[in-house]
Design a protein around this ligand. Sequence first.
Ligand code: HH2
Length: 306
Amino acid sequence: MTDDRLDPVGHWTDPTAPDPLAELLPRRDPGRATRLLGVLNLTPDSFHDGGLDPTALASIERARLLVEEGADALDLGGESTRPDAKPVPAAEELARVLPVLHGVLPLGVPISVDTMKAPVAAAALEAGATWINDVTGLQHDPEIADVCAAAGAGLVLMHMRGTPRTMKNLTDYDDVVEETIRFLDHAVDRAVRAGVRDDRIVVDPGLGFAKSADHNLEILRRLPEYLRLGRPILVGASRKSFLARYDGQDSEDRLEGTLATTVLAVIGGASILRVHDVAANRKSVEVTEAVLRARLTPRVSTEATC
Ligand code: HH2
């Protein structure tokens, strides 16, 4: 672990600093540092966007809109990981993901596939995906690391405990931030030892996965501590149920709460935000980054505005 990137703002606002995501996830908009990963769930049961028109054509159209709104990349998922979600066999997951994956490649943005199974990861990378998003951080199927290494692909390692069925009861931590950092450090080590390219590993504290609502708030408040891992940080807070205490009971009504987490995640040093609502999040990111840059830029506009 390194300590030299603990300044959560400076790590990306310094134009001379190397961009650790330059190859894995090139910026579509050079004026915006934080990347937006548009969620494209292809499931009947995802907590927010599950059960939409399941045809590949409809999903490809949703993907096109996300890219039009400013998504830097898309995250395709064929198995829900919400609490109590039923596991999906690999063949069914692939049948959901592959036709859409083929259809979204011409949109020209990098494609991530959200899977915890090595055979699904291998088929997705073979079909043109550029990275794998493993919410189990190599706990479910460690071969995912070998598959990514062989393909030269990127890998997102997220912290969770148990499975979607059991994780609700696995929320006992002495210090949730320290324990998730230790887990991620170990997962990164496993990935590197398997041969995943050092500059293609992203870490994610796993908001909503085996965490109480208060744990999620604590992680967001202490996000800069994850910079110790020396890896780009991905945050997925979009419309999650820990926001229900302050925002809507229904995920449909949690956009404002989500945008608050977006501002905090950018300030806290996140490099990638996994979001359902790309247009709204993009505006939030742009304003937050403008404020952070204004603090660092010696020459500011003196024109008065309200
Ligand atoms: N959250 C979800 C799924 N995948 N991947 C990462 N890296 N980080 C996250 O926070 C994360 C994730 C859950 O959200 P969603 O995909 O919208 O729901 P579901 O799992 O029900 O499909």
